[in-house]
Design a protein around this ligand. Structure first.
Ligand SMILES: Nc1ncnc2c1ncn2[C@@H]1O[C@H](COP(=O)(O)OP(=O)(O)OP(=O)(O)O)[C@@H](O)[C@H]1O
Ligand SMILES: [Mg+2]
Length: 360
């Protein structure tokens, strides 16, 4: 069993490109700056989080003649799935990411793991719950050498088996949203799909417990609570007579649409799971709003190219873009950009503090 102190949080939206990976990375870094030990699990076969953190070093951790499964999550999952060889768990650190952040890297082979699982014969029968709760086992193993305060799981944009697996081992999930109508729609889809996922876990557990009354090992799993949503990539404008920038009207409208969808989604989850509510009660506000991250423009590209979280970017030299944009070929950041980095650092810290306060 995991110690109570370790909180496992899935970062998910079934809509693609909303900032799940960017937020997982920078939020993990912000939690570490607040003195927390953080484990990031890249459970997306696209491996974007691993590439963002490790850069070119990502190639070296993939399978090779010396390490047939590489040193990604595959080194644990493949021998587990095949029931041969030793399960090996490797963690990695980024050069620029906070030293208290460890990464379990992804491999595209995760697709094979996902496809080898069957809801009918593994989950509903209760015979393959170990496969569906494997992240819990991974975290137990990681915790045996170092106690983590937070585990953040980056997920693919779909309702796949990988997402089920992450949810079944999570205490909480947070939902990044961008300023578009698709996000409102997708949020409501989560409200439809999650209760079904949980229901199927409970059916499988019921079967397992009937067949194994002496063994309670899955009892605490399969209860991921919705913690809140994050508004990502909105624009602001500073009116002449004001000191602070204001969120653009179109983005404000979209944010209020998403907030309404989130409320409907929360009500729906609560209704469908009355005995075991999947919603945190002690939430930051009525709208479940965890915080916002402005449009990061060129900063985010630099962050990815340099494998450096946003907060440390001002200490790095900007990537030169002479061939693409001659005017931006500066060796230093402009004051505006330094201010923007500072603002984003504060925004990620605020979300980290909400996690610390509400995901308890
Ligand atoms: N606040 C932001 N401002 C500007 N660009 C952003 C912001 N957040 C993320 N991006 C950019 O948007 C793109 C998608 O972000 P990211 O990869 O984090 O999304 P995702 O939800 O993880 O995508 P996927 O669904 O493919 O996994 C990336 O190019 C990223 O650099
Ligand atoms: Mg991603």
């Amino acid at each position: 069993m995991l110690p109570k102190r370790t909180k496992v949080i899935s970062v998910f939206n079934n809509k693609g490109g909303v900032g799940k990976t960017t937020i997982t990375w920078n939020l993990g870094d912000a939690l570490a700056r607040q003195g927390k030990k953080v484990l990031l699990i890249d459970f997306d076969p696209q491996s974007n989080l691993s590439i963002a953190i490790l850069g070119k070093r990502f190639q070296n951790i993939l399978p090779s003649p010396n390490t047939p499964y590489g040193t990604t999550v595959r080194a644990f999952l493949q021998p587990f799935l095949q029931n041969d060889g030793q399960l090996q768990l490797y963690t990695h650190k980024g050069f620029h990411t906070h030293h208290d952040v460890d990464l379990i890297a992804s491999d595209a082979w995760l697709n094979v793991y996902s496809e080898s699982l069957s809801v009918g014969s593994d989950l509903l029968t209760g015979n393959g719950l170990e496969k569906y709760s494997i992240i819990n086992r991974i975290i137990e193993e990681a915790n045996s050498s170092c106690y983590y305060d937070y585990v953040l799981i980056d997920l693919p944009p779909s309702f796949s088996n990988l997402v089920r697996i992450a949810f079944y081992s999570s205490n909480y999930f947070i939902v990044p949203c961008t300023s578009d109508i698709f996000c409102s729609y997708c949020v409501e889809l989560i409200g439809e799909t999650l209760p079904r996922f949980i229901n199927e876990w409970q059916l499988g557990c019921g079967q397992y417990n009937r067949n194994n009354p002496h063994n309670q090992k899955y009892l605490n799993l399969g209860k991921p609570m919705f913690a809140g949503w994050i508004f990502n990539g909105y624009d602001t404008r500073k009116p002449k007579n004001k000191l602070k920038g204001e969120i653009m009207v179109a983005d404000q409208l979209m944010a209020s649409n998403i907030a309404k969808s989130v409320k409907r989604f929360a009500i729906r989850i609560e209704e469908e799971t009355k005995n075991d509510p999947l919603i945190i009660q002690n939430k930051p506000n009525d709208m479940f709003y965890f915080g916002g991250i402005e449009d990061m423009n060129i900063l985010i590209q630099n962050s990815m190219w340099l494998n450096c979280p946003i907060t440390k970017l001002s200490k790095m030299e900007p990537v030169k873009l002479r061939k693409i944009r001659p005017l931006r070929n500066r060796a230093v950041w402009s004051q505006n950009q330094v201010d923007q980095i500072q603002k984003l650092t504060i925004a990620f810290l605020q979300i980290a503090n909400n996690i610390i306060k509400f995901c308890i």
